[in-house]
Design a protein around this ligand. Structure first.
Ligand code: 13P
Ligand code: SF4
Length: 343
């Protein structure tokens, strides 16, 4: 009998021993997660990379995550991604050249705003941000990082997720009239420079199409169908959705919320379906877990057992994710500020 894909992956992992580490984001499919040495959300995975000693780090996630890992990896370590075409749609809404142009135009209009980028952005964007004294945040530390950025007293450009930006402003009490969503059409030609000079928080108009599918009306329907249900959503959802939920937080927050709910709890979750289905199975017979609606990240789904095995079989000849020094130095400075401020 031919060995299964899983058996072949396991055999390679055994033969490589400590020289190989497989990291996976919670949104990866179960068949991939089954092979992970470390499973985590973006913040947890970024933190873990710094402590790894493996020569080869295989990152099962979307490209910006592997790129962040490549930036944080030590000399001699290689980061590889089984599906290099897995691009986060939200991160692509903020191309580095446009971010630089917009910051330059605002600066020429008399305002030197501090950029704060969500980790869902390219290394090139993190470099633009880092070179201007800015930093990075994840959904797990966005409140802390936005507070830090506001305290610098320059005004903040939060990018690329306007939803996470608005939700974090809500949490910190930044009034709606102190925020401004930038109009980046025409390469920045449409910017309202007066509003950009006056607002406390400028928001890049990006969003996650997977999380913006969850609506406040879905929550109302869930409450009607299941009275007493608790609803928890990811902060990439729209502010109205977050306001209608009982709680909102990062992937690690959602996992903890479910773990700490009492036996018999009914919980509806608004986030990527792979994580929701895994939680539903983990607590089957103990807690009743349902998705708010089924929303799948097609880019996360590009990570498969097939391409993981193909990468592992050709590991020594595989091309690692690389970040040029010109990008890595300022981008790492931005990430290092985050790890320091949010430690
Ligand atoms: P986390 O920061 O919660 O891992 O989320 C990453 C992501 O891509 C959510 O869509
Ligand atoms: Fe990007 Fe949204 Fe997919 Fe997360 S779920 S990787 S933000 S497209």
């Amino acid at each position: 009998m031919n060995p299964s894909l899983a058996e072949r992956i396991t055999a390679i992992r055994r033969s490589r021993g400590e020289s190989l580490a497989i990291l996976a984001h919670h949104y990866q499919r179960d068949a991939v997660v089954a092979h992970a040495d470390i499973l985590g959300d973006s913040l947890e995975l970024s933190r873990k990379v710094a402590g790894l000693t493996a020569r080869d780090i295989v990152f099962c996630g979307v490209f910006f995550m592997a790129e962040t890992a490549a930036m944080l990896a030590k000399e001699g370590q290689r980061v590889l991604i089984p599906a290099p075409d897995a691009a986060c749609v939200m991160s692509e809404m903020a191309p580095a050249s446009l971010v630089a142009t917009v910051l330059d135009r605002i600066s020429a209009a008399g305002r030197d705003v501090l950029p704060l980028t969500y980790v869902n952005s390219s290394a090139a964007v993190k470099a633009v941000v880092g070179a201007r004294g800015g930093s990075v945040c994840t959904s797990a530390n966005a409140g802390k990082m936005l507070r830090w950025a506001l305290d610098q007293g320059r005004g903040v450009l939060f990018l690329p997720d306007k939803m996470l930006g608005q939700n974090t402003c809500d949490t910190l009490g930044v009034a709606p009239e102190r925020r401004h969503i930038l109009d980046i059409r025409g390469g920045g030609a449409q910017l309202d420079l007066r509003a950009a000079r006056e607002a406390e928080v400028l928001l890049w108009p990006g969003q996650c199409v997977i999380h913006s599918r969850f609506k406040a009306r879905d929550i109302a329907a869930a409450r009607k169908a299941h009275p007493g249900v608790k609803v928890v959503v990811h902060p990439e959802c729209a502010p109205e959705t977050v306001r209608a939920a009982d709680a909102a937080g990062s992937t690690s927050f959602i996992i903890k919320y479910v773990a700490e709910a009492p036996r018999g709890a009914e919980i509806v979750i608004g986030t990527e379906i792979n994580l929701v289905s895994r939680l539903a199975r983990r607590y089957q017979g103990e807690k009743n877990i349902r998705p708010l609606c089924v929303s799948s990240c097609s880019n996360m789904a590009k990570g498969t057992e097939e391409n993981l095995l193909a990468l592992l079989e050709g590991l020594d000849a595989a091309a690692p994710v690389t970040v040029s020094d010109a990008v890595r130095v300022p981008a790492t400075a931005a990430v290092a500020r985050m790890l320091e401020v949010s430690a």
